[in-house]
Ligand binder design. Structure first.
Ligand code: FAD
Length: 652
């Protein structure tokens, strides 16, 4: 098998800050160089758009604001899908990872969570270098003060159209579309103890007020407020690791990217993580200082699945909580204490960490803090992430009420693809929840909205046995090249090769049928049991826990030797085949109905069909763009869907 060696992208500074940037017209302007923004820029350029990235600080492009890791359960699926669509995150993870592990291994491979602890500096370097070497991309350091807006046209005076941005330091730049990815920076405020100061992240000012104002006052968008927080960073050599439990990485790191067969960090160079726990002393510090902690006294919703230590202690008194001590880099002298996000004063933070085994003498390098920010209620977006009321304006990332790098990157990629496509007069596209977790994420956001920071879980995907991390390339890369236009020919050819190899191997497996007794003989596996017909084909025998594809290739080298590189994938395919066949039939039915468009000008309140007042009001408020989206709205009955379906069909 060919060993593909991961390469760091070549740096080409010609596409950096161009001096004549103000006089140029761009297809797409992306505002913000976080995880959503960087994927948006790269994706828009891949579909052929001339793209400008404007971000407050060049040096913070691709910064990991909080935990130095990507992937995990649900989130790892997103990284694989971003990679399958030729995005950046997976390759950056493979370059910067220093501790790779597959989470959830006790469950089936459909819900395994590929994850990597990252070297912060390496990750950021990779992203910056990648963008600097991307064709059609210009990067400008600056702050966007406002959007340039006009009416969409005489026939739609109520709809706006964006035609560029105004910079804080003066000057306008024109474009066909704008992607806003301002993260936690919209009306951002930072909290530590009783102090509050304006900011989007420690060391960075919030977005200019003009931007929030335009979204709220001019475009009339519904805005909500959310919060999150980050833990203090601890000096490594002040930790007593002997009082913690060591967690080693997987012995053989699994790359995120389908085009990498190895990671930059070799197995023996990977670093361990350490587990410790909170004590009653931690609870006491939180309780004694809660009156001095403004962040936690506010009603603003924080991330339910990544809560601060204050929220955990106050919600679950008397419980012990895990604290993972994770390296911040290969040579970094800092550790990141996952599970200890906190917003109390720096003195109290020190008291708190010293109540934890292993941290009794620890020193804090940078204290933790909280951030509160505005987000735009995402039900106001089309499934291609364009604001319904404003032609050419796309939103992606934390601005849409999500939390996490992967959720931001996935939306960024999709907004970038569509901003690029519409700028080049191609129709926008949607991803269905039957084909991807990105489709699930976006459908949940635009269909249901958010009431608290949204993060991805495998349980959100109805078709999770088909939407596996191992097959994201077959689900998305082919469509990414043939229809979407965001995948390179090289990657497409590789996906075709893999698809052909897997199909051939599966047909060969299916074509060989033996009795259970003969399989037991040939493979030496006693657990292969008699079936009704007493005959099993190769796929059925591979479904046995104790049978691997390597065993089959050893027993029948002339039939299976060629396909050894696909051993893991074939095992997973065989395991899920019965579920997937059933799901494929269900998906076909759902896809047919799901994609039925609902006219945007439909008047639900007076629609001449039998709908309850409650259903009318929900449909009127949420304005789903497809029948599939309507089906998933809370409060919408199956009967209402049938009436709606018949009405739309009659009036097509
Ligand atoms: P960001 O990564 O925030 O990037 C926004 C970018 O926009 C920045 O580069 C900024 O400079 C730029 N920008 C903003 N306004 C302007 C403007 N007007 N003009 C030009 N550029 C602008 N996620 C978790 O999953 N778990 C956590 O525990 C967690 N804790 C967090 C704690 C803190 C303190 C912060 C700040 C974030 C935390 N996050 C956490 C969230 C995670 O960082 C984000 O989900 C992710 O980074 C969002 O990506 P994004 O691209 O939407 O925005």
């Amino acid at each position: 098998m060919l060993r593909r060696i991961l390469r760091f992208p070549k740096t080409c500074f010609t596409c950096s800050i161009a001096s004549n940037v103000h006089t140029q017209h761009y297809d797409v302007i992306v505002v913000g160089g976080g995880h959503a923004g960087t994927e948006a820029v790269a994706a828009a350029s891949r579909v052929g758009a001339k793209t400008l990235l404007i971000t407050q600080k060049m040096q913070t492009i691709g910064v990991l604001s909080c935990n130095p890791s990507v992937g995990g359960v649900g989130k790892g699926h997103l990284v694989k899908e971003i990679d399958a669509l030729d995005g950046v995150m997976g390759r950056a993870g493979d370059w910067a990872g220093i501790h790779f592990s597959i989470l959830n291994r006790s469950k089936g491979p459909a819900v395994w969570g590929p994850r990597a602890q990252l070297d912060r500096q390496r990750y950021k370097d990779f992203i910056q270098s990648e963008l600097l070497s991307t064709p059609r991309v210009t990067i400008l350091e600056g702050s966007v003060q406002d959007l340039l807006l006009t009416v969409a046209g005489p026939e739609k005076p109520e709809r706006h159209k964006v035609y560029g941005i105004r910079l804080a330091h003066g000057g306008e730049i024109h474009s066909h579309s704008v992607v806003l990815t301002t993260g936690t920076f919209l009306s951002g405020a930072l909290f530590m103890g009783q102090n509050m100061s304006p900011g989007g992240r420690m060391g960075d000012p919030p977005s200019c007020a003009g931007l929030s104002n335009s979204l709220k006052e001019v475009l009339g968008l519904k805005i909500g407020r959310l919060r999150t927080g980050t833990p203090p960073r601890i000096i490594k050599n002040t930790i007593d690791f002997s009082l913690t439990v060591i967690r080693l990485p997987d012995s053989s790191p699994t790359p995120f990217s389908f085009i990498n067969t190895n990671t930059h960090c070799k197995s023996e160079e990977q670093l361990p993580c350490y587990l410790t726990f909170t004590t009653p002393g931690v609870e006491k510090v939180v309780k004694d200082s809660s009156h001095l902690n403004s962040h936690i006294q506010q009603d603003t919703k924080g991330p339910r699945y990544c809560p601060s230590i204050e929220s955990k202690v106050l919600r679950f008194p008397g419980r012990q909580h895990q604290v993972w001590l994770e390296p911040e880099g290969l040579t970094s002298d800092l550790m990141y204490p996952q599970g200890l996000s906190m917003t109390m004063s720096p003195e109290k933070q020190l008291c708190l960490i010293r109540e934890i085994p292993g941290l009794q003498r620890a020193k804090i390098h940078t204290p933790g803090y909280g951030v509160q920010y505005d987000f735009v209620c995402p039900t106001q977006l089309f499934p291609w992430l364009e604001v319904k009321s404003t032609q050419g304006l796309f939103l992606a990332g934390q601005i849409n009420g999500t939390t996490g790098y992967e959720e931001a990157a996935a939306q960024g990629l999709w907004a970038g693809v569509n901003a690029g496509r519409t700028s080049l007069s191609m129709p926008p596209l949607s991803l269905s929840r039957t084909e991807s977790y990105i489709g699930v994420l976006i459908d949940d956001l635009v269909g249901r909205g958010v009431t608290e920071p949204y993060r991805m879980f495998t349980s959100r995907a109805e078709f999770r046995t088909s939407l596996r991390p191992d097959n994201a390339d077959l689900r998305l890369t082919l469509r990414g090249f043939e229809e979407i236009g965001c995948v390179s020919e090289q990657r497409y050819n590789e996906a075709l090769r893999v698809q052909a190899g897997l199909n051939e191997a599966l047909s060969t497996l299916q074509s060989i049928s033996l009795s259970a007794a003969r399989w037991r003989d040939r493979l030496g596996v006693v657990s292969i049991s008699e079936t009704k017909s007493s005959i099993l084909n190769g796929v059925e025998v591979l479904q046995y826990k104790d049978v691997s594809f390597q065993m089959l290739a050893y027993a029948f080298p002339e039939l299976f030797g060629l396909y050894l590189e696909f051993s893991e994938r074939l095992k997973v395919e065989a395991l899920y085949r019965p579920h997937c066949d059933k799901q494929r039939r269900e998906m076909k039915r759902m896809q047919a109905e799901e994609s039925l468009s609902l006219p945007q000008d439909i008047d639900y309140l007076t629609l001449p069909v039998s709908l309850s007042q409650e259903v009318r009001e929900i449909l009127d408020a949420m304005r789903p763009s497809t029948l599939g989206a309507a089906t998933r709205l809370p409060g919408i009955t199956p009967a209402a869907i049938v009436h709606l379906f018949n009405y739309v069909h009659r009036n097509k």
